[in-house]
Design a protein around this ligand. Structure first.
Ligand SMILES: C[S@@+](CC[C@H](N)C(=O)[O-])C[C@H]1O[C@@H](n2cnc3c(N)ncnc32)[C@H](O)[C@@H]1O
Length: 256
């Protein structure tokens, strides 16, 4: 059997993660450079090592997940969320159920809490934030970031919700308390229901078309009618009606 296919099967058995649902060329390239750097000759010998070495397993997970994120990523989209989407959602319901899916190290759900704090007292905000990567979630819970992650944060928010601990910035506890983090695999685990807003950005690009299709179906079932899906700025859905979505604004879809 082909080296990579064997590796994919072994990883699935060991971790539940199905690499076959990620774009193959991209994933192979990233993992090949890791195993070569570590001195392995092929995927099968790399897996044998991963199987008994927890640190190497973590390095593999780190390489496959790609955790890059930043606060207010594509800031114009967050203005749309603040000025158009939240007022509409809040007109229906003051207690919004919000999910930041594939939240990485927390910048996205914390940004969501900051943006929503323009409409609601922070004590009334509660956001579920999930990722497949437990290390990323741990870092999110710590909430300490390098300055470059804050480049797009509006100054009033930076002053209000960050404390400088040079050379880093620490997110305020009031914002932290608004977000609960949980491990969740979008390709395997069950999804919550009756949500008002799902934010899922910059992860669909890594998945195969089949996997994307399944995830959009699941998101559609998770949203209440009128609920919104907010996607990344390279991730338009080309056939939104297939999932009972209509375009609400660029990169925002409303469940019919
Ligand atoms: C590039 S980051 C995006 C972070 C954030 N959403 C943003 O737009 O800045 C991609 C994240 O997707 C997560 N991820 C990859 N596969 C996943 C899966 N099957 N289920 C949940 N999260 C996944 C990775 O761990 C990583 O933290």
């Amino acid at each position: 059997m082909q080296d990579y296919i064997k590796f994919v099967e072994s990883i699935k058995k060991k971790t539940g993660i199905d690499l076959a649902l990620y774009k193959e060329a991209q994933m192979k390239r990233r993992l090949t450079s890791l195993y070569e750097k570590k001195g392995y000759k092929n995927f099968v010998s790399f897996f044998e090592a991963i199987d008994t070495d927890r640190d190497l397993l973590n390095e593999f997970l780190d390489r496959m997940t790609i955790n890059v994120s930043e606060f207010y990523r594509n800031s114009k989209r967050w203005e749309v969320l603040q000025q158009k989407i939240f007022p509409k959602l809040l007109a229906d319901n003051k207690r919004l159920k919000i999910w930041s899916a594939a939240c990485s190290t927390g910048e996205e759900p914390y940004t969501t809490a900051m943006v929503l704090s323009n409409h609601l007292p922070i004590s009334q905000i509660s956001i579920l934030a999930t990722d497949i990567d437990e290390n990323a979630i741990q870092r999110a819970k710590v909430g300490i970031y390098p300055e470059r992650s804050l480049a797009e944060v509006p100054l009033d928010m930076k002053n209000k919700y960050f404390e400088k601990q040079a050379p880093f910035y620490k997110i305020d506890d009031t914002i932290k308390r608004a977000v609960s983090f949980k491990k969740h695999n979008l390709l395997l685990d069950t999804y919550e229901r009756n949500l008002d807003l799902i934010i899922c950005r910059n992860v669909m690009i890594y998945f195969t078309e089949e996997a994307k299709d399944q995830i959009y179906q699941n998101f559609s079932k998770s949203l209440r009618p009128g609920g919104i899906l907010f996607v990344g700025s390279t991730e338009q859905i080309f056939n939104p009606t297939k999932y009972d979505f209509v375009t609400e604004d660029t990169f925002f879809y409303r469940k019919m």
